[in-house]
Design a protein around this ligand. Structure first.
Ligand code: KIV
Ligand code: NA
Length: 279
């Protein structure tokens, strides 16, 4: 497969071809996403929760994100890879953000970075893009700010709220973001904002009219135990957890029953050698 570049993404957007994006957090999850033809892979800080078992994304460190980015970069050879700047690594000032973004490129081996926030992040987006690092913005519901938002809540549900999300969208576009994630807004608002922008919108819980879609891989493949909460916008396309569970239970039973390993899983030795050894 041909390498997806920022030019490829622009051309898809121009033609109205939806951009496909999914998260990955390690070598195998990156490899499968790349092999399945995802245009973009996000090393999202959601990995704090789905891959590290943390309560929320605010706990994950830059060093930890970089380790995951490097693993993803080794696993995905064609997709355009974006690393998520974790909370605390970019908000202080544009210089701090650029410093972190450079680490993501040099050490994380990603092609661009994502950061959360709208109007207030415009100078930061400008600073990072001026260094030649593509920035994917993230507006609407911004999980790193969930304490201030009063939880993981739909944004742009009132006329005033929707205006504010639109202003954020225009601000990040003006600042030089090559695209923006638009999370958890009513579908109609997702459509209007997409129409008003020249850059692509990558929706998650933003309806079907955005320029692309993104989902968290662990959620959409069903790689979590039954009963765990998943947001309304997630479609479960698989049941990986149940498949793994079946395989591991089967293995356990065969170990306990001495059915595994069978002959085909063992190494032979020549009869004479064995006889000599046994003597
Ligand atoms: O961290 C993440 O996975 C994200 C996507 C859901 C957009 O930010
Ligand atoms: Na994120």
């Amino acid at each position: 497969r041909k390498k997806v570049t920022i030019g490829t993404l622009r051309s898809m957007h121009r033609k109205g071809e939806p951009i496909s994006m999914i998260t990955a957090h390690d070598f195998p999850s990156a490899h499968v996403a790349d092999a399945a033809g995802m245009d973009m892979i996000l090393v999202g800080d959601s990995l704090a929760m789905v891959a590290m078992g943390m309560e929320d994304t605010s706990e994950v460190l830059v060093e930890e994100m970089l380790l995951h980015c490097r693993s993803v970069a080794r696993g995905a050879k064609s997709s355009f890879i974006i690393g998520d700047l974790p909370m605390g690594s970019y908000e202080i000032d544009p210089a701090q953000a650029l410093q972190t973004a450079i680490r993501f490129i040099k050490e994380g081996r990603v092609h661009g970075v994502k950061l959360e926030g709208g109007k207030e992040m415009a100078p930061t987006i400008k600073k990072i893009t001026s260094a030649g690092i593509p920035v994917l913005a993230h507006i609407g519901l911004t999980p790193q700010r969930s304490n201030a938002l009063g939880g993981f809540r739909v944004q742009g549900k009132t006329a005033m709220g929707a205006v504010s999300v639109l202003e954020d969208a225009l601000a990040v576009q003006e600042a030089g973001a090559f695209a923006t994630v638009l999370e958890a807004v009513p579908a109609e608002i997702g459509e209007v904002i997409t129409k008003k922008l020249k850059i692509p919108t990558i929706g998650i819980g933003a309806g079907n009219a955005t320029s692309g879609q993104v989902l968290v891989q662990i959620d959409m493949t069903g790689n979590f135990p039954p009963g765990r909460f998943i947001p309304k916008f997630v479609k479960k396309y698989g049941d990986v957890w149940t498949e793994s569970m079946k395989a591991i239970e089967n293995y356990r039973d065969e170990v306990k029953g001495r059915q595994f390993p069978a002959k085909e899983h063992t190494y032979p030795i020549a009869k004479e050698e064995l006889e000599m050894f046994v003597e």
